[in-house]
Design a protein around this ligand. Structure first.
Ligand code: SF4
Ligand code: ZN
Length: 274
């Protein structure tokens, strides 16, 4: 059932083809470790190259452990492993950024820096697609959060960027139809040992509140998360059409990465934080 859904989702969204070089965003948590294993198994049927990319945000007492898991899983499957750090890219790690107490909660800094590094890192590793372990729960939460924050434009570009650029690496989410609980079971059944510690900054995240609401609703009304995902997929074309009208594509004046403004979000953030 698990593998069937994984493969069906890949076919439904034409996520993969023979000869792809896929970067896997590997945090070392359950979703990305299960994704790595599923992709390694799929590679036996569909010839492709895999490279795993781990972002070290610099979160003391947490990231070291998941980095170890990521390294172990790559060695187990013989997959090339690239580690990129906030410290190297932004000259500050997340713990130092949080100490500045500037401009926003930890997850908002973390999200901007991680997305930037994953895209750049995948391209520099020669990948043409970036696979992430986002599951059904994550996607339903993201849809809900963007509605609650009145950010439909973000929703429009969630599955792929509005403006096409060879510098943007297409993101794929083969677990977007797989419930989080099933991934946890998959890891147990397949002997993937995990350190189940939560990020110490997770408590600041709006996502935590949304997760709680959705889990409670799912409990009372089973199928809610699937229905949110399906509604989003139904609306996606209309959203993309609306927001692509005035979409601009520029190259960041500071780093050259693609963005919709003169300077990209990463460079803006790093400037504010320094
Ligand atoms: Fe980053 Fe927030 Fe996730 Fe921690 S919980 S890794 S700070 S996005
Ligand atoms: Zn930039």
């Amino acid at each position: 059932m698990f593998d069937k859904r994984f493969r069906k989702t890949i076919r439904e969204f034409s996520m993969l083809k023979a000869g792809d070089r896929i970067a896997i965003g590997l945090s070392g948590g359950k979703d990305s470790c299960a994704l790595l294993q599923s992709m390694v198994q799929l590679k036996e049927k569909l010839p492709m190259e895999l490279v795993a990319i781990t972002i070290n945000e610099g979160i003391k007492g947490y990231r070291e452990k998941t980095l170890k898991t990521a390294k172990r899983e790559c060695e187990k499957h013989g997959v090339e492993h690239v580690v990129l750090s906030f410290k190297e890219a932004a000259e500050m790690d997340l713990d130092e950024i949080v100490k500045t107490k500037k401009d926003g909660v930890p997850c908002s800094h973390c999200g901007v820096l991680r997305r930037y590094l994953l895209n750049k890192g995948s391209r520099e590793a020669g990948a043409n697609k970036l696979a992430t372990g986002h599951n059904l729960d994550d996607v339903a939460q993201t849809v809900f959060m963007n509605i609650m924050r009145n950010e439909p434009a973000r929703l429009a570009r969630y599955l792929e960027p509005i403006s096409q650029s060879s510098k943007f690496i297409r993101r794929i989410r083969p677990f977007m139809r797989t419930p989080e609980k099933e991934i946890a079971i998959y890891c147990m059944v397949n002997g993937i040992e995990l350190d189940n510690m939560d990020c110490p900054y997770a408590g600041f995240a709006f996502r935590g509140q949304v997760r709680k609401i959705l889990n409670e609703t799912e409990e009372k009304y089973p199928g809610t998360k699937f229905r949110i995902l399906n509604s989003f997929i139904e609306m996606e074309d209309a959203l993309r059409a609306k927001y692509s009208v005035n979409a601009k594509l520029e190259s960041c004046k500071s780093c050259g990465e693609p963005c919709s403004d003169e300077v990209c979000m990463f460079c803006k953030k790093v400037k504010v934080l320094k």
